[in-house]
Design a protein around this ligand. Structure first.
Ligand SMILES: Nc1nc2c(c(=O)[nH]1)N(C=O)[C@@H](CNc1ccc(C(=O)N[C@@H](CCC(=O)O)C(=O)O)cc1)CN2
Ligand SMILES: Nc1nc2c(ncn2[C@@H]2O[C@H](COP(=O)(O)OP(=O)(O)OP(=O)(O)O)[C@@H](O)[C@H]2O)c(=O)[nH]1
Ligand SMILES: [Mg+2]
Length: 439
């Protein structure tokens, strides 16, 4: 039996206890396993059969529903059987053991989706979107993953591929019939096509970047001196009393993390110990941690206490925002301070502006309504495509058609790797192994 025709089985529902749990079986023996497990010779396709399931010692394990999806019209494209039983993990594992005894083997994580991909039920982008849909950290992220799953992102890639292939055909024929059109390669039309391709690549890359943002979310660190109101800001943003706040400097020592959603972007918010010179070894450790967090987060909020005289404000780096807190009791000195955001963690004034600033910073504008989700892997392939198209343009401007054609071939290969037209087993292994069991 080779890897793609043996029969796999897994519990598809989340580990733990639930009302109902589902076991999925896929492969050429799925039907005969169902016959023996449910003691029935015929199953109406895609129909819920209420049956009793016994183990090898003729003990009743459970009664439940059995569904048979004959290939190729199934999720994986192979014969699929689903056993829907009571959702206790022992019950489900007893049923799974019986199914394994009857000839299936345990599925690897993502193996059902991998088979769906290998049987052309979906492309790689769509298979990845299933995992992203399940992991989706906000409603917007879920809706965006669903758009990728429905093929919207793939359609964008396929449009790029179509115009790339048209350009390749043009160049290849110019090379093959040089005597007919001497200046074919120097043709404006070809230049125009390549420059349009470049524009489309830039547009798709931009959408893909916001897709990755929605998918992966961002981390935001709250950094500043003691007592400036960092923990109060965390509490205001989470709308909960997440962290202890007090007017004693050095209240927060550990790193405190909270998950929030800003304009649909899943955010990991990190509150840190106030940074100052300290002799207290515990506080020192907290400050060290704060510095490490500052170095690793995507966005840094540098918080200042607006109710006091501030010696000097820093020059914010590209991923930093200078936040002036306590504007409800602003010191006269700070009236004209140049900062990115003014707010009061106490009254909530300015919090919306802070959120807008953060979103603008990470998206370079705002998230589009109709975003799809994407992955870093897709961005890398799109950039690689851009690189090869750029080299093709250069070769063309020196009238070296063969080299331009070769670069466009490589560009096409880079695009194809996104939807999985050409992929290595290593890449597939890497992608699918990060899926849940039973997916
Ligand atoms: N019980 C159960 N619920 C589930 C799943 C499942 O496998 N089992 N799914 C698992 O991910 C999702 C639904 N995805 C599915 C996708 C395709 C097919 C399927 O049978 N496709 C056939 C026929 C399509 C049709 O009749 O229109 C095909 O593509 O040929 C089934 C489930 C979510 N809910
Ligand atoms: N008036 C006013 N007081 C605030 C505001 N934000 C925080 N405070 C007060 O400032 C004091 C310090 O707040 P914290 O949130 O504990 O400050 P912190 O920066 O986390 O301090 P450490 O954990 O010690 O580094 C508390 O007494 C808060 O009530 C604000 O917007 N306005
Ligand atoms: Mg604090």
């Amino acid at each position: 039996m080779n890897q793609t025709t043996d029969t796999i089985a897994a519990i598809a529902t989340a580990p733990g206890t639930g009302g109902v749990g589902i076991i999925r079986v896929s492969g050429s023996d799925a039907f005969s396993i169902a016959q023996r497990l449910a003691r029935k010779s015929r199953f109406k396709p895609r129909f819920a059969h209420f049956r009793s399931f016994y183990n090898s010692e003729q003990q009743l394990i459970d009664s439940g529903l059995l569904l048979y999806f004959p290939g190729p019209n199934s999720f994986t494209g192979e014969d699929v059987v689903e056993v829907q039983a009571h959702g206790g993990h022992v019950v489900l594992n007893m049923l799974l053991s019986e199914i394994i005894r009857l000839g299936a083997r345990m599925a690897r994580p993502g193996e059902f989706s991998e088979r769906a991909f290998l049987n052309n039920k979906m492309d790689l982008v769509q298979a990845e979107a299933i995992a992203d849909l399940i992991a989706g950290g906000s409603e917007q992220a879920v809706l965006a993953s669903q758009r990728s799953l429905q093929g919207e992102f793939s359609a964008e890639i396929n449009k790029l591929l179509k115009s790339l292939i048209e350009t390749r055909v043009w160049i290849e024929s110019a090379i093959d019939f040089p005597e007919e059109e001497i200046d074919f390669l120097a043709d404006c039309e070809l230049r125009r096509q390549l420059s349009m391709l470049n524009q489309s690549l830039i547009a798709v890359l931009k959408k893909t970047q916001s897709g990755v943002l929605l998918n992966q979310g961002i981390s935001i660190a709250i950094i500043g001196a003691p007592n400036v109101g960092k923990s109060s800001l965390l509490n205001a943003l989470t709308e909960e009393q997440t962290a202890i706040i007090s007017d004693i400097a050095g209240t927060t020592r550990d790193v405190i993390k909270a998950d929030i959603i800003i304009h649909g972007i899943p955010v990991k918010l990190v509150d840190t110990a106030g940074i100052r010179e300290s002799d207290d070894p515990i506080e020192q450790q907290g400050i060290e941690r704060a510095r490490a967090i500052q170095a690793s987060c995507d966005v840094i909020l540098l918080v200042y206490d607006g109710s006091r005289v501030i010696e000097q404000l820093p020059k914010a780096k590209a991923n930093e925002l200078v936040v002036l807190n306590k504007i409800d009791c602003l010191h006269a000195d700070n009236q004209t301070r140049q900062v990115d955001v003014r707010l009061s963690a106490k009254t909530g004034a300015g919090l919306d502006q802070l959120k807008q600033h953060i979103v603008a910073m990470v998206t370079g504008g705002d998230l589009a309504e109709d975003t799809f989700t994407a992955r870093q892997r897709h961005i890398e392939q799109l950039k690689l495509t851009q690189h090869h198209v750029h080299l093709a343009e250069q070769h063309l401007s020196h009238n070296i058609g063969e080299l331009a054609a070769e670069e466009l071939r490589l560009a096409q290969q880079a695009l194809n790797a996104i939807t999985g037209e050409f992929t290595s087993d290593d890449l597939l292994g890497e992608i699918f192994s990060s899926f849940c069991i039973g997916k």
